[in-house]
Design a protein around this ligand. Structure first.
Ligand SMILES: [Zn+2]
Ligand SMILES: [Zn+2]
Length: 239
């Protein structure tokens, strides 16, 4: 005789799936073996919704790297801006706990982005953290820092900054670099954690810091995955 799991048990299991370390679900996100579609929940504080163009660029990145024959679903959720001076990762985790509604279910894998009205508490002077992947399906973007450093003279356009940081954090949950997706060629810049040694690659460590601002000005292209990163995604279940 089988005993059906009660609602509480299944809730707990769903939450547990989303409380693994970054890179843990890389293969699930990349391949179509267990999950045929992906839901992207965009939780943003009022006034800090990412631009449509950046969302479109993220969709393109997912389409070009992940095998999801049933497609990509976007869910937007606006929440009250908190007005805090800065946010710690614990603050971010609490916000996710309170507001996230999309969880992996049957053949659909869910990931979430939070867009905040304040900076990271890890900023020190000119050294800034613009985004962070902190669980296997969870990412935060310090949208206020992006807004504050874009659109002016000598500054990049906002959508370019958003695209760069969102795609970089998504690269981490895809297991880059050496973070759940095994390296085909050695290209990890271990001195800077799970990043790529190619300074032109989307997964270079400077991409999620303030150093990226000057690199995106004018007609400078938005960074993309280099050959080594693309190869890793392909070898670990991706396109
Ligand atoms: Zn990074
Ligand atoms: Zn790379």
């Amino acid at each position: 005789m089988t005993v059906p799991a009660c609602k509480k048990d299944s809730d707990r299991r769903i939450k547990k799936f989303h409380r693994q370390e970054v890179g843990h679900s890389a293969r699930d996100i990349l391949s179509d073996k267990d999950y045929k579609s992906i839901s992207v929940e965009i939780i943003f504080m009022s006034g800090f919704r990412p631009t449509d163009q950046a969302i479109e660029n993220l969709k393109q990145l997912i389409t070009s790297t992940c095998n999801k024959p049933d497609g990509i679903r976007l869910v937007f959720k606006e929440i009250t801006a908190q007005g805090k001076t800065s946010y710690s990762i614990d603050d971010v985790k609490t916000l996710e706990n309170n507001h996230r509604e999309e969880f992996t279910y049957k053949k659909d894998l869910a990931v979430c982005f939070l867009f905040l009205d304040g900076p990271s508490n890890e900023n020190q002077g000119s050294s800034m953290v613009l985004g962070h992947a902190y669980y296997n399906t969870s990412m935060v973007i310090y949208e206020k820092s992006l807004q504050d450093n874009s659109g002016g003279f000598g500054e990049p356009e906002l959508y370019k900054l958003e695209t760069t940081v969102m795609n970089h954090e998504f690269g981490h949950i895809l297991g880059l670099v050496n973070l759940g997706s095994a390296m085909y060629n050695l290209h990890q810049d271990a001195a800077h954690g799970s990043h790529c040694d190619n300074s032109n690659c989307l997964m270079h460590w400077e991409v999620e810091t303030g150093s990226i601002f000057s690199n995106l000005v004018g007609n400078s292209p938005i960074p993309v995955f280099d050959q080594n990163c693309l190869r890793d995604l392909h070898e670990n279940g991706g396109k």
